[in-house]
Design a protein around this ligand. Structure first.
Ligand code: ATP
Length: 754
């Protein structure tokens, strides 16, 4: 522990360390300017009798101004400002209260304090310091009385520096010049300086009186009781809390009351001899003090501070820019005869107020108290060990706190476990969702789920909902789940639902497209089937002769029509083009024309004249029938009912024709009867005798009704040709329609494949 000796404090008893106090609240030093006040005394009798006038005036409680005479010029600073300025009427009590009391009482809180008076001789230093000391002593003991919780110990020492010799004012026998010792830790010490313990305030006042009595005083021209030395009365104040008397820490500080000798001019004091020598020492030490103050006032730029140039500055070193609070009272004489001395004092005060001290609280540790305290503490612990008290309040509190700590730990672990479980479940759920969304199988299942049967879809959906519900229930069961985790879970569930909805919508669209393709395919298939049925129906008709034989007679025409139908069917089935059909039809037309033209030729010799109009008419009709480009609207029914149609009841037609032509038909019948006896009847291909009935009149056209029969045959042939043309046109349209449907089907299949 650092041991610092306060100047004037017995080092053997004190260990000084920084400590906190109510004022400073900590161990750090507090920088503070020296408090400088000015006290202007009234003119004394000597000055009054000398007709001096007052040259200084206090403008306010902080400003003093020079008041020149009528003929005086102001060549130097005339106004000074300080912390406090006291006029001639001010009381010492006010100077104490308003100027130095706070500084003086800092010693009660462990802070060193120094109050000293500076001024020319007879300016009122002693007068003021006596009053200040008295007031301080009163306040100190007043504070002690008002602070019963602390135990105060006050000691006093007194010295004077006379002609640069240090004398103990409380021990006149100690010698005329005490040595100053420099301790690196304790500072400057006065060897063998007596330090008296003070019992009470009276005792202190008495000791102070002793010191004053021992001080060197001499009569000068300016002061009958001029102080010829610098006097330092030091009070050491130590305080300890009474409750913790065993506590080893205490506040300790020194309070210095310094009454300087006044600067003087030999010419004014009329000093000689011893007084002159005293005056020289006084002025010399004061000059050093002024130098120290001047240097301190400029701060760190000042360099070396000549504390050691005088015993005064050596002893007051801590109070001048060190660990102390310092207040300087500069006393002034208002007399015009001391203007220069007063001005010098004011300049000194002006510099002094720029000096900064670094005061700190001093805490002391008494080794004796420390040993005593440790011994008691050891004894107490030993007693506790010997007799442990289960009902000890501290032990109970400790046990309760341990139980609370254990419970808090348990709750913490439980909460941590729940959080870990929840985090693990969340991660598993996220992995499951990610795998469901990213897995191709899952995608396929998701796609197929839309085309599943309603029951399967319901089952699957119910399973998903159950799983989600279970997941949510699991989440809800964890009531301690953090809000953020629950929020993430809800987001994932919402995302999953969105993806499911989108997949279902896509599947519905695909299903609709497939249905459309199926319908298209069905229409196409129906169309194909219809066409195939029609083709089969056409094919189911009795096959005609393979070769188209154009010969004379009705049977030949019927055969030609059947052949044409088969040929068209065959050509269609074989993929023949419409051009082929048209070509075939044109060939048939030509054959018919040839047949028609051949008939009149056979009877030209019999009816040359009468045949002429018919021939012209027949040729005109032939010219009309030859072009196949004419669009005939006759449908297939007309073709089937035509006389040469394979599907018509040929016999009925013939009969009807015969019935309708009853008068001419009688001739024919008679003629047929005649012919039957001469020629062998020709059987039809199917074994019937139709050919014999129908063919006989044409082959044997020598009868008188040959013209009528020729016309009827021609009409039938023309009707057949028109029917064939209509059928061919219809076939063309059907083939075109079939091709169009085929192309449409091909396009639809291609789109579906894409
Ligand atoms: N403020 C004051 N009011 C009335 N009288 C005062 C005042 N100050 C000083 N005096 C008187 O002036 C005289 C000189 O005072 P004092 O001895 O205190 O001066 P000093 O500065 O101590 O002189 P020195 O330096 O010579 O010792 C004394 O008689 C004192 O009573």
């Amino acid at each position: 522990m650092t041991v610092i000796k306060t100047p004037g404090t017995p080092a053997s008893k004190m260990d000084r360390t920084p400590a906190g106090t109510p004022q400073h609240g900590g161990h750090r030093a507090k920088e503070e300017k020296i408090v400088v006040t000015v006290r202007l005394r009234p003119l004394n009798k000597r000055e009054q009798s000398a007709k001096d006038h007052i040259s200084w005036q206090c403008l306010d409680d902080q400003t003093i101004v020079y008041k020149p005479g009528p003929l005086e010029r102001i060549a130097q600073p005339a106004m000074f400002t300080f912390d406090k300025v006291f006029g001639p009427e001010s009381l010492t009590e006010s100077v104490y209260e308003e100027g130095v009391k706070n500084v003086a009482l800092s010693a009660l809180m462990g802070i060193n304090a120094t109050i000293f008076a500076y001024g020319q001789t007879s300016s009122g230093k002693t007068y003021t310091m006596r009053g200040i000391t008295e007031k301080a002593v009163n306040d100190i003991y007043m504070h002690i009385l008002n602070t019963p919780e602390r135990e105060f110990r006050i000691k006093i020492s007194g010295l004077e520096i006379y002609n640069e010799n240090v004398r103990d004012l409380l021990n006149s026998e100690s010698g005329r010049n005490l040595k100053l010792l420099d301790d690196p830790e304790k500072g400057t010490m006065v060897e063998k300086l007596v330090e008296e313990s003070v019992s009470d305030d009276q005792h202190l006042r008495k000791l102070i009186s002793v010191c004053e009595a021992q001080r060197q005083v001499g009569e000068t021209a300016l002061n009958d009781t001029s102080s010829r030395s610098h006097q330092i009365i030091r009070l050491t104040i130590e305080s300890t809390l009474r409750e913790s008397a065993e506590c080893v820490r205490s506040y300790v500080a020194s309070l210095n009351f310094v009454d300087l000798a006044g600067s003087e001019r030999a010419s004014q004091t009329n000093a000689d001899g011893a007084r002159l020598r005293e005056g020289c020492h006084i002025n010399l030490s004061l000059m050093t003090l002024t130098t120290v103050i001047r240097k301190l006032s400029v701060g760190k730029r000042s360099g070396h501070i000549p504390y050691r140039d005088s015993k005064l500055t050596r002893i007051l070193q801590h109070s001048l820019g060190g660990n102390a609070r310092t207040a300087i009272i500069c006393t002034l004489s208002p007399a015009s005869s001391h203007v220069e001395q007063t001005r010098n004092t004011l300049l000194f005060a002006t510099r002094a107020k720029e000096v900064t001290n670094s005061a700190q609280v001093n805490m002391v540790v008494s080794e004796k108290q420390l040993v005593k305290h440790l011994q008691k503490e050891v004894a107490r612990l030993e007693a506790e060990l010997r007799t442990p008290d289960p009902s000890n309040e501290k032990d109970l509190k400790i046990r309760q706190m341990e139980m609370e700590i254990e419970e808090l730990r348990r709750q913490r672990d439980l909460a941590k476990t729940e959080v870990d479980d929840l985090r693990r479940k969340l991660q598993e759920d996220q992995r499951l969702k990610i795998s469901e969304l990213s897995s191709p199988v899952a995608k396929k299942c998701l796609s197929f789920s839309a085309v599943l049967s309603p029951m399967e879809g319901k089952e699957l959906g119910r399973g998903d909902r159950n799983r989600n519900t279970m997941g949510r229930q699991t989440m809800r069961q964890s009531s301690t789940a953090p809000f953020t985790l629950m929020h993430e879970i809800r987001k994932l569930e919402h995302l999953q639902e969105q993806l499911g909805d989108e997949a279902n919508r896509a599947l519905e669209i695909l299903q609709k497209e497939v249905a459309c393709h199926r319908l298209g395919n069905q229409d196409a298939a129906e169309t194909i089937a219809k066409l195939q049925a029609e083709i089969r129906e056409i094919r189911s008709v009795k096959p005609a002769p393979k070769k188209v034989e154009v010969s004379g007679g009705l049977a030949v025409n019927k055969s030609v029509s059947a052949n044409l139908k088969d040929e068209i069917t065959r050509l269609h089935s074989q993929g023949s083009t419409i051009a082929d059909l048209e070509e075939q039809l044109e060939n048939v037309q030509k054959s018919i024309d040839k047949l028609v033209m051949s008939l009149p030729t056979n009877n030209d010799h019999q009816e040359a004249d009468t045949d002429s109009p018919l021939k012209t008419k027949s040729q005109a009709k032939k010219k009309k029938l030859l072009p196949l480009a004419s669009s005939n609207a006759a449908n297939r029914q007309n073709f089937l009912r035509s006389p040469c149609s394979p599907l018509s009841a040929t016999k009925d037609v013939v009969d009807n024709d015969i019935e309708n032509q009853a008068p001419q038909y009688d001739d024919v019948v008679s003629t047929e009867t005649q012919l039957t006896e001469k020629e062998t009847p020709t059987k039809s291909e199917d074994g019937g005798d139709i050919s014999s009935k129908e063919g006989t009149p044409y082959r044997r056209s020598s009868s008188v009704n040959m013209r009528k029969m020729q016309k009827m045959f021609q009409n039938a042939a023309e009707e057949n040709v028109r029917s064939i043309k209509a059928y061919v046109t219809e076939l063309k349209e059907r083939v075109a329609k079939l091709q169009y449907q085929k192309q449409l089907l091909v396009c639809q299949v291609a789109c579906f494949q894409i």
